[in-house]
Ligand binder design. Structure first.
Ligand SMILES: Cc1cc2nc3c(=O)[nH]c(=O)nc-3n(C[C@H](O)[C@H](O)[C@H](O)COP(=O)(O)O)c2cc1C
Length: 183
């Protein structure tokens, strides 16, 4: 038997969603962090990544102005920090101070990486498209890096790295089953 749901909350059916922290800088190179569940690869060649951000967010203003951002893939162990960055605005909080997350210079951008992440995509903004109540920011991936042991032949080592997922209602989960490769 199927139960009809609420269209207003349609996106809940897409949970669990891998949850990333996105760094962006202001004009003085102070770094802010936003938690995002709505993000996706869009194109292989050119390498494009999309993030969907509400105009209400401080990060929306920073990325529009500074035209770059870094996607930081986070381990489940940083769940409290990720939740903090997703429930407080950088307009009036220093999320780095409050969470204890630390930064590391990126390869190609002024915007830094979050050291505690296990993989990073450095993106230069190439397109901004308002879609409904969010705006799709499309970034060209100009450099990528990851923890040394996180991937083996491009396969995530889920026995070592437990990625952060959001499942709605302030709840998070992870994926810790050992990978099974289908040949
Ligand atoms: C798990 C989680 C996922 C979120 N995903 C998004 C998202 O995809 N897009 C968005 O605009 N806001 C999203 N948010 C809300 C922002 O992270 C939140 O409003 C944040 O405080 C904005 O920070 P800023 O004002 O410093 O940019 C999410 C929040 C949480 C907790």
């Amino acid at each position: 038997m199927k139960i009809n749901g609420s269209i207003e909350k349609y996106y809940h059916y897409a949970f669990p969603m891998q949850t990333v922290l996105v760094t962006s800088n202001d004009e003085k190179n102070n770094t802010n962090i936003i938690t995002l569940a709505w993000h996706t690869p869009i194109s292989r060649n050119p390498p494009l990544y999309g993030i969907s951000i509400s105009p209400k967010r401080y990060s929306y203003t920073l990325i529009k102005k500074n035209k770059e951002f870094v996607i930081n893939f986070m381990p489940y162990s940083e769940v409290e920090a990720a939740d903090y960055c997703g429930t407080h605005s950088g307009k009036n909080t220093d999320k780095l101070c409050q969470t204890g997350l630390t930064l590391k210079p990126s390869q190609k951008l002024k915007t830094p990486l979050i050291k505690e992440g296990y993989a990073h995509l450095e993106c230069k903004l190439v397109k901004t498209t308002p879609i409904g109540d969010h705006t799709l920011f499309v970034g060209e991936v100009v450099a990528v890096s990851a923890e040394e042991n996180a991937f083996e032949n491009h396969l995530l080592r889920t026995d070592l790295i437990h990625p952060l997922y959001y499942i709605g209602q302030n709840a998070y989960t992870t994926l810790d089953r050992v990978k099974r490769k289908i040949f």
